[in-house]
Design a protein around this ligand. Structure first.
Ligand code: GLA
Length: 488
């Protein structure tokens, strides 16, 4: 987590000069300035004092592989436009700890004033999670290349999901790590670094036996909120937070941070940012929306967090599309135009079904193949690419029915990650867009975005059908669409 208060005036001026308004669209396919998919999973973002730029480090996932890509780095002035800066830590064939078959997960970087170098820490492991170590690498340059130095057991303990936190008040750095799934583990540790940030030195708190992972800390003026996920692998669950006045505790009971059963808007925790702007301090939740069918295509759920210090509460707020001004700290949700299911036309076996939770008491269901479709009409377009959010329900149940964070209502479930819909604009069947609709729970409506080309005027149609997801050719149930204005 990064304080924004140290940014120099010069850097702020530079940001204002170069930034083009770009919005944050949680769950979309994020592309870098070269047009490639942003591939930096379960990572961390730091504000570099020298350049005034943000640097995002994450797991680089190779298409079709689980491990082996090392750590990627991207840079940005606005947290929305990302430049690919290459691979910061490369795997080395035959290396005892960072060979391509090893786990290099949840990398985080911070600058050590004492060594004058950038330090990278991560979860270092063999492919079966049998070592549970923390890796340490260094570089003179923020973008690397980082040189591997060591992989250690922190104070003799195990370490799995790794997080890093810097207290903005005194600059002290802390490691946060879950210590594995074994009965003797199942804790999350908060441990301070030595002054050089070359080793951990003292346990500050142990979140004892909650059996949580993917930890991060959000620090406000008054509070520390520690966010963690339950343990359901790459399937999301309901993230919880603990609150305390001091890092040593006492820490509160854990509480959920998003509407129950949305599984934290289908995401896993892992990092957060504190942006101290000129008008407002904004806290961002940086979550991962894993795609276990294709890890490299996993997406990012970055959302602002609302904190109520009186109620000692924190909630993640969903926005389809928002503008974040990193200079002022302001978040501006973008307004769109909604088109409801009751006005849509159903074709084939698709139909409008009574649903207490649906807008206007109905939901569009039975969307299958390319003949049982629904069509939304009279959609206003701008003649430029526009974000369209599809509000849907998918009750397949992605499983872990008997585990925390899984569906409490269904044992086993179908274990399908998602349904897939086809989206056709203005009947042009040559241009079919693919919409992934991840599992929700019954009665839970979430949204997922697509960038569409609508023609100028109010005569556009959007037709949604079902595509094969390896299991069935069904789209999810639709509630409504929201069409956003073009960016810029
Ligand atoms: C959890 C962890 C990830 C990764 C996966 C593997 O989601 O938080 O870092 O290790 O499990 O299943």
């Amino acid at each position: 987590m990064i304080g924004f208060q140290n940014i120099g005036l010069i850097a702020i001026v530079a940001i204002a000069a170069t930034v083009q308004a770009k919005w944050i669209v949680p769950g979309a396919r994020w592309t870098d300035t070269d047009g490639g998919l942003v591939n930096a999973h379960a990572g961390g973002v730091i504000l570099d004092q020298t350049t005034g730029r943000f640097f995002w480090f994450g797991e680089y996932k190779v298409e079709g592989q689980v491990e082996g890509g090392g750590v990627s780095v991207y840079s940005s002035d606005d947290l929305a436009t990302w430049k690919n800066e290459g691979i910061a830590l490369s795997p080395i064939e035959g290396h005892p700890y960072i060979a391509p078959e090893h786990i290099i997960q949840r990398p985080k970087v911070l600058y050590s004033k004492n060594t004058g170098k950038y330090h990278m820490w991560w979860h270092a492991d063999n492919s079966t999670y049998g070592w549970l170590l923390q890796g340490f690498a260094q570089s003179d340059n923020i973008t690397g290349p980082y040189k591997f130095l060591d992989a250690t057991t922190p104070l003799g303990n195990w370490s799995q999901d790794f997080g890093l936190f810097t207290d903005y008040k005194d600059g002290k750095a802390y490691g946060l790590y879950s210590n594995g799934d074994r009965k003797e583990g199942r804790d999350v540790y908060l441990t301070s670094y030595n002054d050089d940030i070359t080793a951990l030195d003292q346990v500050v708190h142990r979140f004892d036996k909650y059996d949580l992972e993917a930890p991060t800390i959000i620090q406000t003026e008054k509070s520390y909120f520690a966010l963690m996920s339950h343990k359901t692998g790459y399937r999301p669950n309901n993230v919880v937070a603990f609150r305390a006045d001091s890092l040593k505790g006492p820490w509160s009971q854990p509480f959920t941070v998003s509407p129950l059963n949305t599984r934290t808007y289908n995401s896993q925790s892992g990092f957060s940012l504190r942006i101290e702007g000129t008008k407002k301090t904004t806290y961002l939740y940086l979550g991962d929306q894993w795609d276990s069918n294709s890890l490299w295509e996993s997406r990012y759920i970055w959302l602002p967090v609302e904190i109520d210090e009186n109620k000692k509460d924190l909630k993640i707020e969903w926005y389809d599309v928002y503008d974040l001004n990193v200079k002022t700290g302001e978040v501006t949700p973008i307004k769109g135009q909604a088109y409801y299911g009751k006005n849509a036309v159903t074709n084939g076996d698709a139909f409008k079904q009574e649903a207490t939770f649906g807008s206007d008491g109905i939901i569009l269901t039975g969307i299958t193949g390319n003949d049982s479709t629904v069509t939304f009409s009279n959609i206003e377009g701008a003649g430029k690419p526009q974000w369209v959010s599809f509000y849907y329900q998918n009750t397949d149940d992605m499983g872990f029915g008997d585990q925390p964070g899984g569906s409490p209502d269904r044992f086993g479930g179908k274990w399908q990650l998602r349904r897939i819909s086809s989206v056709i604009v203005n009947g042009d069947a040559k241009n079919v867009e693919t919409l992934f609709q991840r599992d929700t729970n019954k009665g839970i409506i979430l949204s997922t975005p697509l960038l569409l080309n609508l023609t100028k005027g109010s005569k556009n149609t959007i037709t949604v059908g079902g595509l094969w997801n390896g299991f069935e050719t069904k789209g999810a149930d639709l509630d409504h669409l929201v069409v956003y204005p073009p960016e810029g």
